[in-house]
Design a protein around this ligand. Structure first.
Ligand SMILES: CC(=O)N[C@@H](Cc1ccc2ccccc2c1)C(=O)O
Ligand SMILES: [Mg+2]
Length: 368
């Protein structure tokens, strides 16, 4: 296949409401899109970086720079057998997994559109619809949070995830349990906000029957998570720590994680995400599809991934208007707490031209 060029495009997508996590409050998502022109066909990729390196070391300006200066030049003039060769060609370039994931996604979308083959078929989806979980941010006071959870449950969400941080954790979970009962599928996400010194405090969450506690400790602290797992009965789920199939295998073997949140952008792409799914399934480790507040482009691909057999827990695959009043694509809408897996070629969705025009803040065309 011949890569004719790559367009980098940044879009400013206002969030319907501020989304607060232990690493800060976001009110808009500045999304870097990658459009690959492959043998005359447009393919779309979405880079999941934030503007600042607060979730991981990657950030959007850095992704732009490494795409322009390293990743796209490495692919220029290379006759790729298929999108599966992108990660091979880019392997000599260290790190920058979110930037690599975006360009692989764009090339894969173009290849699959040309073949008339949906992402779901390529990845090995076995379901045609997936249950929706929702991630609920940190709020000013508990009654506001309870109202938000009530509204999401009325919409049909199958699972509630609460962002937590020191000072907003045990009391919040207790209030949700008291209001909505013990049967509610409930989990928490700390985004690395705690240390092993908090172990006794975190053990107070064990009484609430949570599905899991996500990434309580630092991204690099696999041994700390393994120690913590021996002190808690609530299963540990890693997110930020799992950056590849290799680190997933190490985390499982060390006992640092018993559930994995798979995010294709974080691990270098949808093909690596499938490899993590396969190795986890082979060891009986359940996985679910995490979210990075993607537009409908990344959302479409995440829904396809979430339909693989080992994705046995509801993912953060919420509907479009959980985050955006106007999505880049036709909006994803829930039916009975589920989202339909796109079945059209490639991602199955594309940016709506007038919306794309409206939200674009910058573009750069890189010929190859
Ligand atoms: C859905 C969810 O909780 N995602 C991430 C955190 C995250 C990631 C990227 C974000 C970008 C803009 C606003 C909030 C964001 C939250 C997580 O699982 O850890
Ligand atoms: Mg997380």
């Amino acid at each position: 296949m011949k890569l004719e060029g790559i367009e980098l495009r940044r879009v400013a997508m206002p969030l319907v409401s501020p989304f607060r996590t232990s690493f800060g409050t976001q009110t808009t998502k500045d999304i870097l899109l990658v459009r690959a022109v492959v043998d005359g066909v447009d393919g779309w990729g979405e880079c999941v970086t934030l503007p600042d390196p607060v979730y991981s070391a990657e950030y959007t300006d850095g992704a732009v720079d490494v795409l322009r200066g390293h990743l796209v030049p490495a692919l220029s003039g290379v006759d790729l057998a298929g999108a599966h060769m992108v990660s091979e060609v880019l392997a000599p370039i260290k790190g920058h997994r979110m930037a690599k994931a975006a360009v692989e996604m764009a090339v894969l979308d173009a290849e699959l559109r040309a073949q008339g083959r949906p992402f779901a078929r390529e990845l090995g989806a076995v379901r045609t619809r997936v249950p929706c979980g929702v991630s609920v941010g940190i709020m000013d006071e508990i009654p506001r949070l309870l109202d938000a959870v009530d509204a999401y449950l009325s919409e049909g969400y199958a699972r509630i995830k609460l962002k937590i941080e020191p000072g907003w954790d045990v009391d919040v979970v207790r209030a949700v349990r008291e209001r909505f009962g013990d049967d509610l599928a409930l989990q928490v996400d700390a985004n690395t906000a705690y240390t092993l010194r908090d172990a006794q405090h975190l053990a107070r969450l064990d009484e609430f029957g949570l599905l899991l506690i996500e990434q309580p400790l630092d991204e690099e602290d696999l041994l700390g998570h393994a120690d913590l797992a021996r002190m808690l009965s609530t299963p540990i789920c890693l997110d930020e720590s799992i950056t590849s199939a290799h680190t997933a295998a190490q985390a499982i073997r060390l006992g640092a994680t018993s559930v994995i949140n798979i995010k294709p952008g974080r691990v270098g792409g949808y093909l690596e995400a499938r490899r993590i799914h396969d190795l986890a399934a082979a060891q009986g480790v359940p996985v679910w599809c995490g979210g990075m507040v993607e537009s409908g482009l990344g959302r479409a691909a995440n829904i396809a991934l979430a339909a693989l057999p080992g994705f046995v827990l509801p993912g953060d695959v919420s509907v479009s208007d959980r985050f955006y009043r106007t999505d880049l694509t036709e909006p994803f809408v829930m039916r009975d707490g589920h989202l339909d897996v796109p079945q059209a070629p490639g991602l199955g969705v594309a940016p709506l031209p007038d919306v794309l025009q409206e939200v674009t803040t910058w573009t750069e065309w890189i010929p190859m």
